[in-house]
Write a protein that binds this ligand. Sequence first.
Ligand code: BG6
Length: 492
Amino acid sequence: MMKASLKACDVVIFGGGGDLAMRKLLPALYHLDQDGLLAKNTRIIGASRREMSAADYQAKVREALDEFVPKSIGDEKTWPRFKERLSYVSVDAQQESDFARFNDAKVGADDKDVVFYLATSPDLFGSICSSLANHGLNQERMRVVLEKPLGRDLTSSRAINDEVTQNFGEKQIFRIDHYLGKETVQNLLAIRFGNTLFEPLWDSAHIDNVQITVSETVGVEGRWGYYDKAGALRDMVQNHLVQLLCLVAMEPPGRNDADSVRDEKIKVLKALRPIEGANAYTKTVRGQYAKGMINGKEVKGYFDEEGSNPESRTETFVALRADIDNWRWAGVPFYLRTGKRLGQRYSEIVIQYKAIPHSIFNDESNRQLQRNQLIIRLQPEEKISLTVMNKVPGAGEGMNLQPVDLNLSLSEAFHNKRSPEAYERLLLDVMRDDATLFMRYDEVEAAWKWVDGIMAAWNQTSERPKEYASGSWGPAASMALPIKDGRNWHDY
Ligand code: BG6
């Protein structure tokens, strides 16, 4: 059990009063405290420009917990302890002299480890890191966590990285991709490398195609300004979907440690076949949502959102076929798709096995033997299922076969266990200095190179993203993407 190894730590959250802190980071820290995973002297220090007393900050956090962790209401055991950990430092991230306030607050005193979580705009990463360094707050036991977006292309991501690495070493930098903290994503590693069953069949001889879908029902949610400069390719594919692809496609690492895992992921990224020039027409589909109905409610189109600009060509949906040029995956397409305002919120990875080489069940009812599928569902529910062909029971049924799912529902298998939010695992890992589930810079860079190629090809055309009705599964052309190769998307 990992509990015992936990060291006391000061966790400083820049953007400590912001949306991410209130919705995700503080609830995650609260849950860690509830589960006994925060050391006695661990402190949480909110930092932002606003003037606020520690008591005001505690009250603000209490409100956020009431909203985002309703079960915390009336929790007499954890809340008093958690409240004691909370304090606040008012700093203007661009005012270097303000950073002396961290020294006054004894951040990192007595050789304590420190985590600086930068939940701010990436434009501030460089100046925050240099001001921390100028106040002696970049020692080896001090780490920075960088939230995405880590740039909008290779050049801007390099600029951010250059600034940060002037003051912090690679081992002190934790680039977060919250998808890697999701339970089923980690379970993918357990399935692949904790069983003998799957790995021998994990290659182009046995797998026909892999599909990764991250489908959202939400729109841009008041973030038009950010989103319109990003779009689905940069916001979701460059990081979350590509990271999932790496975990599916990588070779077994020698050890489960940060560099062994990341060394394998980078090989996959380097083997991704570029999608450039005319290839972008056949291998990618872009879409933009129009108005429509979701869960019985009428919702706005992209151009009706606040702050919108009718000239925008930003995609809110992307589907693409990726190919990995290596021995294991030769000829196996990886279909990726993600979009906003789609019919259902769900994320899954589907491993579609090949058809059996020869069928002995040749009567009429068995003409269409379904292929085996391994489905790893990340959300809304966390489950893994394997579709296998079975005989329908009954003497009169002859050898009638039908697909049946062998289900591993995590909530049923581990019914006493609460499934943690992604940020819980990731925050805990930063505190214990384990970077396995974080991105090393070479990964970020390789992912940008691949995405920049697609972007450049799109920019050369006058074609606009295809419109799709909110509540649908994206533009019709995205349905056709696997069909062109004689395949289909797995239906939710
Ligand atoms: C974020 C994107 O990284 O991930 C958002 O910026 C997106 O646009 C979100 O909505 C999705 O995360 P999750 O965990 O809700 O699937």
